[in-house]
Design a protein around this ligand. Structure first.
Ligand SMILES: Cc1cc2nc3c(=O)[nH]c(=O)nc-3n(C[C@H](O)[C@H](O)[C@H](O)COP(=O)(O)OP(=O)(O)OC[C@H]3O[C@@H](n4cnc5c(N)ncnc54)[C@H](O)[C@@H]3O)c2cc1C
Ligand code: SF4
Length: 339
């Protein structure tokens, strides 16, 4: 870890100014990711700007349009157990609680969750080439050990996945990210917040220099009656997703009126294909329809030997999770899905 200075501020304007003045200055919120990156020399900082005292961003508030705004500095645990989230957005609650450990969720903030870096082993090992850490140096994963890597949306420069669970639910729920920065406030729809690697794998998202996330908006529709988050991983707890699926279904008289399906662990951003969701509209919730939607979502998927298994796993996870969404009882811990 390099030497850096540290300040704590309750003034978001000061934090923006600190970031804008010097690209070496960085925000720290819960510290659960940036501290590791500093310790492993994956990143460096001149100054860490601790924004935890900014009180405006620590709550869940209702919006006039029927939706809610979740503060960027609320912890993942506070968010998952918030009564409004549990009641109206249980998909989000379930996804957050599938991530990390209780201790980490108590520290990790919502803003930090959106900005956590990939878990690609080579990214964390500074002795290996990695285009994300050092642009132009090469990608060690493409011909290396790539069990946890991407099967969709990847490029010849990077096949890393974005590891968040929370963000898979936010993608399915059509979240909007609130941002403040040197040029004022703006919003980004969730689908445009994270980036695919393309030729610039060092960029994970579309935040600009000096910008800070202040909150996340969710629309009124929370799919609270028919939802499910399924996370498949090597260990039952405390492990990142190999494949995860967030599903929300809106049913009327046994017919699907609205479907949302987002995948995690398969791409550089939460993966959502609207064509598959349109396909399910006005259809009965039958296996053949869920399987066809899964095929649409996985179209063009490509493995790199060690992660080939993810293609079939993702298809089966989508089908299983759609059935789980039909049966809210299946969300109880230990419950078996009705297939
Ligand atoms: C052992 C372990 C296991 C984990 N398992 C999972 C898992 O299974 N699923 C999962 O989803 N996550 C998992 N995580 C990741 C964890 O969820 C993230 O580390 C956490 O959400 C990051 O939040 P933070 O507040 O600690 O961010 P920090 O570490 O403080 O910051 C992360 C990044 O975001 C920036 N930042 C933070 N807040 C803001 C803001 N408001 N505006 C602009 N920039 C900001 C920082 O500058 C930094 O670049 C795990 C982490 C660990 C250590
Ligand atoms: S997959 Fe991306 S993060 Fe991993 S080594 Fe290749 S360039 Fe680096």
């Amino acid at each position: 870890m390099n030497n850096f200075s540290y300040i704590k501020t309750n003034d978001i304007g000061q934090a923006v100014a600190e970031l804008s003045n010097d690209s070496g200055n960085k925000i720290v919120a819960g510290g659960t990711n940036i501290n590791d990156l500093l310790k492993y020399f994956v990143t460096s900082a001149k100054k860490l700007v601790d924004i935890n005292p900014v009180i405006d961003n620590h709550s869940v508030i209702r919006l006039d349009n029927g939706g809610i705004r979740i503060g960027a500095l609320l912890t993942n645990a506070e968010t998952a157990y918030h009564p409004i989230i549990e009641q109206h957005y249980p998909l989000l609650s379930k996804a957050i609680l599938a991530g990390a450990s209780a201790q980490i969720r108590n520290m990790a903030t919502n803003g930090g969750n959106l900005l956590q870096r990939t878990r690609c082993y080579y990214f964390y090992d500074i002795n290996t080439p990695c285009n994300k850490r050092e642009p132009g140096s090469g990608c060690s994963a493409i011909k290396g050990y790539n069990r946890i890597h991407a099967i969709l949306g990847q490029s010849d420069n990077c096949i890393a996945v974005f590891p968040s669970d929370m963000c898979v639910a936010l993608a399915a729920l059509d979240a909007v990210v609130n941002i403040t920065g040197p040029e004022g406030d703006r919003t980004l729809e969730f689908k445009t917040f994270h980036r695919l690697p393309g030729n610039t794998p060092d960029l994970d998202n579309n935040l600009k220099q000096g910008e800070i996330i202040t909150g996340i908006d969710l629309p009124e529709m929370g799919f609270a009656n028919n939802y499910s988050y399924l996370k498949l991983r090597d260990r039952a707890s405390y492990s990142f997703a190999l494949v995860s699926v967030a599903t929300g279904l809106d049913l009327e008289n046994g017919i699907i009126k609205n479907a949302r399906i987002a995948l995690g662990g398969v791409a550089h951003k939460p993966w959502r294909i609207l064509e598959a969701e349109y396909f399910l509209k006005d259809k009965e919730p039958l296996r053949e329809h869920f399987a066809a939607a899964a095929d649409i979502i996985l179209e063009g998927a490509k493995g790199y030997e060690h992660n080939d298994f993810k293609i079939d796993l993702a298809k089966r996870a989508i089908i299983r999770n759609c059935f789980m969404a039909l049966d809210p009882e299946s969300q109880r811990p230990g419950a078996k899905p009705s297939l």
